[in-house]
Design a protein around this ligand. Sequence first.
Ligand SMILES: O=C(O)CCC(=O)C(=O)O
Ligand SMILES: [Fe+2]
Length: 220
Amino acid sequence: MTVEFQTSLFDSPDDLDCPDGTGGPDAALGPLGGTVTRHVLTRGAWVDVRPGWVSGSDELFARLVTDVPWHAERRVMWDNEVAVPRLLKFYAEDEPLPDPLLVEARHALDRHYAAELGERFRSAGMCFYRDGRDSVAWHGDTIGRSSTEDTMVAILSLGEARRLSLRPRTGGESISFPVGHGDLLVMGGSCQRTWEHAVLKTARPVGPRISIQFRPYGVR
Ligand SMILES: O=C(O)CCC(=O)C(=O)O
Ligand SMILES: [Fe+2]
């Protein structure tokens, strides 16, 4: 599938310097240690946020738009077949990732969360939200071990800023975190089974966003 993509720059002007003159800025990972803020939720769930983890990622964004074999999906809902409102690609365990920066990002997450997670991040789910009509409805990532075990889902966000909303499954107020160009958000602890998350549709005119979700083996 070819994806219509109008080149637009998301990086702030500071990121656009190219001192080495090697033909344009490219993505770089910042440190994680000491830069991640943990928000403790109820019932053993938490969310870590690291704004601006990847800098200079305009080109990475453009590469992923064109290089990832995005596909549309249809799902049956209430007896009707409906289009899933985003494009998708799932990189299973051991499937090569589409960009070396993503390999580096996964290593950095493995190092940072090694002690707490006790295993590596393995798969990478990717979503492409073309505009504000694209979304993901309320859900937990509870296919597999995450339905019964604590785990982590680490999301790298590129492109247009959207909000990742969260609400407790038992009812109660929802909260939301902005997820902007180069930001990292990690859902951890019991978050997948005690809370739900969503990227809700917006009437605001918003550009495209890519979400990359790194998950351990058997979590989906
Ligand atoms: O767009 C996002 O960052 C969230 C995607 C998500 O929740 C999922 O694919 O399970
Ligand atoms: Fe999810």
